[in-house]
Design a protein around this ligand. Structure first.
Ligand code: N2P
Length: 361
């Protein structure tokens, strides 16, 4: 007598649970979130986060262009997002679901306007610079205290790079950023799209190519920390993570991050919702959660990247908040350049040049 009733009830309960059980598919950079952020998100919202990582803007773009990526939140850099918005890859944000946007720093919002006017499609996640990370002991041992320890000469001067070849040089597999650094070093516009400038940058990198051990965009964290390489073109926070791990391992490796005197690129990684996202509502809930001051502070304290959340600053460790290589002072800021989206046409030419550089041909 009771059985069918219980069974019916069971089915009803199951149906309710699955209707309410939402999930959100997040695609973010590797080493870019605190250990407990996802756990806290699920506890607070009941939404299950499914988290996947990448280490290259090109990969994210290829997935978005292919369509049906299944992702609800992606985090490309502003200089890629800009053109992705133009080809309709994202849906407009529903700001009524993002009340925590009020925590964002108006100065940062003014800068990201150039990528997404009015923040119609995106909200900044974290930001940083692309500079050099190096092993202080190994590099000074080879170059002496008078070596060019503040300059992109460490990479781009063949005489200097040759001296670091044996301890290992790694370069990001990020054509836009590395070519921009080369152009800037040559005194050219880092966003230039002329064939002549690109040829000059290619020649510069090709000249030091024999001294570069590998091109990869995340492997250098572990390798710097362990003393397996001594110089990396890297993302600010990633180098700080390496420095922290090296200090913890206590094997005599001291790693430092350098914004070279010639300047470095400044970028903003932006949270956006793909047009074909399966769970846009859950995506908004995730973005709004990241915009909570204590959550943004947790992430910055764990990954050593600056966040755009003004209300979080009281909770950011003072060592991080006061480090000009993480939260640049006006003076450091003046030495940074912002990257713009390239046209897809230029990108094709750039990618061919990059393949020649990497293969050493
Ligand atoms: C995080 C690297 C993100 C920086 N590990 C690239 N914008």
């Amino acid at each position: 007598m009771h059985k069918p009733l219980l069974a019916t009830l069971g089915i009803a309960l199951l149906a309710t649970t699955s209707a309410n059980a939402q999930s959100v598919n997040i695609y973010n950079w590797s080493d870019y979130i605190a250990e407990d952020t996802l756990e806290k998100f699920e506890a607070e919202t009941g939404i299950t986060p499914v988290y996947d990582v990448f280490d290259s803007n090109e990969i994210v773009e290829a997935k978005l262009l292919a369509g049906n990526s299944g992702y609800d939140v992606v985090v490309p850099s502003g200089f890629f997002l800009e053109r992705q918005i133009q080809v309709g890859l994202f849906q407009p944000l529903d700001k009524s679901l993002l009340p925590n946007m009020e925590n964002l720093d108006p100065r940062i919002m003014e800068i990201v306007e150039s990528h997404d006017p009015g923040s119609e499609y995106s909200v900044p996640y974290m930001w940083g610079t692309t500079g050099l990370g190096y092993n202080v002991g190994m590099v000074t041992e080879r170059l002496g205290e008078d070596g060019p320890l503040e300059s992109w000469d460490l990479l781009f001067d063949p005489k200097v790079a040759a001296q670091l070849q044996d301890c290992g040089i790694a370069v990001l597999d990020a054509p836009v950023e590395v070519v921009a650094a080369a152009l800037n070093y040559l005194g050219l516009d880092p966003n230039s799209e002329t064939a002549e400038d690109l040829a000059a940058a290619e020649a510069l990198i090709a000249a030091v190519r024999p001294y570069i051990r590998y091109f990869h965009s995340s492997q250098y964290i572990t390798d710097l920390a362990n003393g397996d390489i001594c110089l990396a073109v890297g993302y600010s926070g990633d180098v700080f993570i390496a420095a922290d791990r090296a200090a913890e391992a206590d094997q005599g490796n001291e790693i430092t991050y350098l914004i070279p005197e010639e300047g470095a690129s400044l970028w903003f990684d932006m949270m956006a919702i793909p047009s074909d996202a399966p769970n846009p509502e859950a995506a908004h809930a995730f973005i709004n959660f990241i915009l909570k001051p204590e959550i943004a502070a947790d992430i910055t304290n764990y990954v050593w990247y600056a966040n755009p959340n003004a209300a979080s600053m009281d909770m950011v460790d003072s060592e991080i908040a006061n480090d000009p290589a993480i939260f640049p002072t006006e003076e450091v800021m003046a030495n940074l350049y912002a990257l713009k989206s390239h046209t897809p046409q230029f990108d094709q030419v750039l990618n061919r040049s990059w393949t020649r550089i990497k293969t050493g041909q």
